[in-house]
Design a protein around this ligand. Structure first.
Ligand SMILES: [Fe+2]
Ligand SMILES: [Fe+2]
Length: 269
């Protein structure tokens, strides 16, 4: 069998706070055993106490065998990550940020003879990315041409319409387009007709008992009173939300995408 056949890509949605990290780290060995993924990619924009990422958090994820960390609108919350983003190849922030902002927007990783490109993009609707996502996707694919067999795009966006749009825009040109940022998984995982695996939002690896990561009583107070409230990360009812994509032998094509919604084991709760 060709080693490329069915290479698995495990993608884990926004890991939120210590509870999200512990959920991921405790479930990862089980998911590796069950699916034998060739690549593990994690959105890490919320790992540091719910917002941003520190070098220590990133090292911990890489030490656990994560191949690539993608980020989003919370990339620059912690200053100590700025040089780390420039120095480390396999942690990426949205490619449509300014060139002058720390870090880079795509990377490549090779495992078992399969070359995977990973691209981070931010939506433009209700988001603060400086450059448009669609032409930046073209730019990234042009830069990665001849270097990779497969490409996964993490489209970090608020608007479902924009994420569906980029899925269709890239259908047949990349292996997978996965949405992140809303922290709520969508029920539309499928392989598009051109062969690209797609989901509008993978969801969150963190406390389902909160409000997209925040303690629910604080979020409710803020929404109900319209007064400032200090937010803390919830640790109530942690789950892992992810997808498992099987890449085809043929470049830039997927065989399948399967949604993974896993409660954290008892010892993490
Ligand atoms: Fe997030
Ligand atoms: Fe985000």
């Amino acid at each position: 069998m060709d080693v490329k056949n069915g290479a698995g890509i495990l993608f884990v949605g926004d890991v939120v706070g210590g509870i999200g990290r512990r959920t991921l780290l405790s479930l990862l060995p089980l998911l590796r055993e069950r699916f034998e993924p060739t690549f593990v990619i994690v959105n890490g924009e919320n790992v540091a106490g719910g917002i941003g990422i520190t070098p220590k958090n990133a090292d911990q994820l890489f030490d656990a065998g994560v191949d690539v960390i993608t980020l989003g609108n919370h990339t620059y919350r912690h200053r100590e990550i700025y040089p780390y983003l420039d120095e480390h190849e396999r942690i990426i922030r949205p490619a449509n940020f300014l060139r002058s902002q720390p870090g880079h927007g795509w990377c490549t990783v090779t495992r078992d003879g399969v070359r995977l490109g990973v691209v981070s993009l931010s939506g433009n609707l209700f988001m603060n990315a400086a450059k448009p996502a669609f032409p930046t996707a073209d730019e990234a694919l042009y830069a990665l041409r001849d270097q990779v067999d497969h490409v996964l795009v993490d489209m970090h966006g608020e608007a479902t319409s924009e994420k569906v749009g980029i899925g269709w825009y890239l259908d047949g040109r990349v292996t997978a387009v996965v949405g992140t940022h809303t922290h709520i998984p969508t029920a539309d995982a499928r392989v598009l007709p051109g062969g690209t695996a797609y989901i509008t939002d993978v969801g969150m690896t963190g406390p389902r008992g909160g409000v997209i990561g925040v303690k629910r009583e604080q979020a409710i107070e803020s929404m109900a009173t319209r007064m400032p409230v200090r937010f803390e990360t919830s640790d109530d009812d942690p789950w892992l939300n992810g997808v498992l994509i099987r890449a085809a032998d043929e470049p830039m094509r997927a065989l399948s995408i399967e949604q993974l919604l896993e409660p954290a084991p008892r010892d993490v709760r």
